[in-house]
Ligand binder design. Sequence first.
Ligand code: SF4
Length: 460
Amino acid sequence: MYYSLFEIFVLGIGPSSSHTVGPMKAAKRYVDNLLKKTSWRSVKNIKVTLYGSLALTGEGHGTLNAIIYGLLGLEAASVDLDHDYIGECKKNKKINLNQEHEVSFDFDKDFVLEKKIFLPQHSNGMKFSAYDAKGKIVLEETYFSVGGGTIARSDEMDMRIDREPYDVPYKFDTCKELMELCQREQMTISEIVLKNEKSLYRNMRVQKGILDLAAIMQNTIDRGIIKDGILPGGLNLKRRAPSMYAELASKFVENDVDALTIIDWINLWAFAVAEENASGGRIVTAPTMGSAGVLPSVMRYYQRFAIKRSPYTLEKANVVFLTTAAAICSLYRTNASISGAEVGCQGEIGVACSMAAGGLTAVLGGNLKQIENAAEIAMEHNLGLTCDPIKGLVQAPCIERNAMGAVKAVNAARLALQNTNSSHLVSLDSIIKTMYETGLSLSSRYKETSLAGLAKNVKC
Ligand code: SF4
């Protein structure tokens, strides 16, 4: 199934696409349904029940706040990050659904966290229930946040997405099909994606939309580099990007030459975005929020250090990078998962690394086989990566993991570009299948539940 670039790269409020973006969308959709389809004026009270991973790590991940935003009818672009919506809700014990209908809502009682119950369809389940004055249910719906900010209602879970498959001119499910398409049509992966996007968004300037996303991603780096302070949530981690930047800047002024300085820059850019995300900033999912630092960092790498080796102008390179990365993500979403709660961190940092490696290889003029090889190498060395965020916060190991993912993506692209005999043993399709099987066989303790791994062994 084809996933559009504009549903892969989505603006949202951090720190987690599955735990904030998805739940916020689900809450908004539920309220829309409530107000459209029911006798909503009779609704007096709302309850929200979170299950499994959402219940276990939802507080640290900001899920409860995101649901409040959604119930208020807000979208990522319209949230005023300086406004204390949560404080107001807690104080008044009320919530104004979609800014149209005020009902009682006690933040401490009306969020029910079912930490031991994992709904069979997915570990990120949430149930919304609206009651009238007699306690009778007016509307009850269960949603799942299935990764990357995508949601599905319980009756839509077979499709794993709340829409029918897109009718695009170039359909592909596997990398083999995508490569055959490219060869038959004599088009690059980027050109295939651009044609598909233009058929989906006839009234939109697709190229401009992609460049806007690239600019937002890069602006996030620039914001994160200068913001100092302690990250929220209780781990008391200090933001590191400003001091990393100061050190790099002074090395530059002092002409302190170190052959590996480029790695420090890649680390810095990934940290800047990941720290913005950890503090609940406005972020583009790439493919998730926890892993949103990898792609912008690799993009900044070629913009600063490798554009001379690219056959493209900077603007065109940004389009080629994001379209190629989107096609790779579409393969993972079709055949595996990008949800840490379903397949562990290999589905987040691993997929981001794979997308960035493929995108960078395309920007540096790699051929089809080399792009596939880079995306495959990047995932091959993330297989089995667990998701065990300490205290359920998207901070440790997540922030450093973005830096490691970005550096690994650059290395994977270099290995693929040096492989000029155009053959390699492991295909991208086989690694995606392996990643999915590995993810399904991981214990749920290692899949965004904070019950094992670092979350268990690091005392704080
Ligand atoms: S460990 Fe990985 S998958 Fe889990 S929250 Fe952190 S970045 Fe996301």
